[in-house]
Ligand binder design. Sequence first.
Ligand code: SF4
Length: 294
Amino acid sequence: MEIIVAPSAGFCFGVKRAVNMALDAAEKFSPFEKLNTIGPIIHNPQVVKSLEEKGVFPIDDIDCGCFDTILIRSHGIKAEVMEKLKSKGLKILDATCPFVKKAQNYINEAASKGYFIIMVGDKNHPEVQSVISFAAKNRFLVVNNFGDIKKVPISEKLALISQTTQDVNFYKLVIDYIKKQAKEIPVVFETICDATMIKQEEAKIIAKGVDVMLVVGGYNSANTNKLQNICKEIQKNTYHIETEDEVDSEWFINAEKVGITAGASTPDWIIDRVLKKVREIDEVKVKAKDKAKV
Ligand code: SF4
């Protein structure tokens, strides 16, 4: 089988930076210093587990008084939580991705100019919660589907922004719809990250040319789920897996070409293990074919 791995598969810049900051701090800290992250540092259970082994644990309650230093993950945190941490005088290592910071700054400025913010994304996602917290109270709407679009207050002065990992096409549809309906031309911020766009475009191209497509990443990873939806629309034999243990040889019985991509929070070592597993399955297939010829 020919196996094509997307060049962009795996950690994006922001995730790599956050994980490296955590590893670096874990190495420098004494065993008595407690380093925590608010929530899991990235949406990948295997990486979170390996960091826990090095002493970096996620927490949910910043009032627990149980840590010395808090590391802010790449998704960022709500503005009010950051203020609270600062007021407590706690040590903060800020690994918020610079692209997420940029989105926070856009919202901050738009809110100060009286804009009503429309954010396209998943309202439960930590990045959306962190970015939208910079909007004025009750002056925002998070849109995640066509049903939500109907709730947009079209008579308002609108500013549009999207989650960095949003599907480009859906964001475009929302922009077009609002431009047609709104009283004033809305301000549009282009916040979908290049890493996401490149990953989605590569995934589309690869999925078109293969018989089986594997999408590797945490089941709780929004961008991995988006990748799997995009691939599934093109190639019905698309499988979302977290680790190599889930790869099933049955998927490849009639396959000649296999594609592999991975979400922004999937480390290289997991991609390598999946690749190795697919190669092993291929070797078994080749041997079985050779035997059948004899
Ligand atoms: S996907 Fe883009 S915005 Fe999000 S963490 Fe990665 S580099 Fe930053």
